[in-house]
Design a protein around this ligand. Sequence first.
Ligand SMILES: Cc1cc2nc3c(=O)[nH]c(=O)nc-3n(C[C@H](O)[C@H](O)[C@H](O)COP(=O)(O)OP(=O)(O)OC[C@H]3O[C@@H](n4cnc5c(N)ncnc54)[C@H](O)[C@@H]3O)c2cc1C
Length: 459
Amino acid sequence: MNPITETTDLSPLRAEFAGSLHTAADPDWDEARSAWNLAVDQHPAVVAIPEDAADVARAVRFARDRGLRVAAQGTGHNAAAHGDLDGAMLIKTERMREVRIEPATRTARVGAGVTWGEVVGPAAEHGLAALAGSSHDVGVVGYTLGGGVSWLARKHGLAADRVTAIELVSAHGDLREVTALTDPDLFWALRGGGGNFGVVTAIEFSLLPITELYAGALFFPYERAGEVLEAWRRWTASVPDEVTSVGRLVQIPPIPDVPEFLRGRSFAVIEAAYLGNEEQAGDLLAPLRELGPKMDTFATIAPPELLALHMDPPGPVPGMGDHQMLADLDAESLDRLVAAVGPGADSPLLSFEFRHLGGALGRRGEGSGALGALDGRFMTFAVGMLMDPAIVPALEAAFTASRNALDIVDTGGAYGNFAESPVDPEAIYGDRTLRRLREVRANVDPDGLFLANHSIDEG
Ligand SMILES: Cc1cc2nc3c(=O)[nH]c(=O)nc-3n(C[C@H](O)[C@H](O)[C@H](O)COP(=O)(O)OP(=O)(O)OC[C@H]3O[C@@H](n4cnc5c(N)ncnc54)[C@H](O)[C@@H]3O)c2cc1C
């Protein structure tokens, strides 16, 4: 592929494009090329911000005809894995915000720029819930194409496996509705295989008839991290699939964006969502409550309130993350982890979390997509804020320390949505699935037009 040059004439595209086109020559270039992760410095040749699916098709055809590669982003939450996008056209779908809830069929159909915060409220008005991510401003499309691990995941599996249709612009520049009936292979590949196959313009998925659940967090003094996380680890072995939980260490910066009771404080935290009522939850949570949390926020809530449970940032931030997939978590590995990045370690991490997997997340259902399941009982996500680039070496050292601590239980696998740097695609998919994904890509995108955050290409 030939990268665009400064003299590439965008005027044929401008003449038919309803959205906006941006290049380095424009005064708003820095804003146009920015991602949700403000630490990512992406330098595509051109940024196209389409108004609708027809615009996406125009942009893809223009890029293809001029030998430009094409990358799509909804929000840029996972832009760090994408690299600098040198010479590519970046299609940002942020203006494609249509949300349609169909109560009769219990489905939602949303545009490619829609974030979870825009779906869960309208769905709840009809007594329905989506397998949304933990954060209100994560993009539905990027999250779902990468798998999608929600607060209901151990009971209901990956969000990708609730997809019923995907509208996309193919490498030929035509708009297609992809379903299990129209294109079974492509439909399989898209559900977990990410942005390797086209630019998605809309996605349709089924919703669940859930109106309330019992969820919240227990906050413990940071110094008790070892004891608290060990109790949580043991507890996860006994909980039903109706419980999805996280055990984590948080060190919250003293910034105005966070609620006052958390500002500048550190905690060991257990967060959980339970598909059941308060009475049943009482017995279930008893072993954790017996530890004597300083704060207990558990309550009966409506599904949209789950977006506040994980205390994710309210908007774009500069961040750097790391992730491991764990076969299991034994007491010694946990001890080592707490020693490496917990109290007394002077860790620069804002958060280190273990997400409990298993249940439906570990079972590949019939008709599931390319990811289908996560092969591990836990996964981790470590994140630090990059307010000052001088912190990078300390964050890298913390990532190395946590990797070393969990070395014995690390499967070597990865969950693409949590992998914030390029990873070997075999770690995400395994050998057999990767081969099948490559076959699908060779059929639908033989010239390698599309550039995904986690490329499945060889080499
Ligand atoms: C604060 C925070 C909370 C998170 N919580 C969760 C969570 O609870 N569960 C979970 O599973 N993950 C979670 N994630 C990870 C998140 O799912 C990934 O970052 C995901 O890639 C975000 O999708 P996006 O569209 O917002 O980001 P983007 O960076 O815009 O997209 C990611 C990738 O998806 C593909 N893509 C996006 N849009 C399109 C399109 N229209 N057509 C084709 N390909 C496209 C592209 O390859 C792109 O590089 C979280 C991340 C953060 C930063």
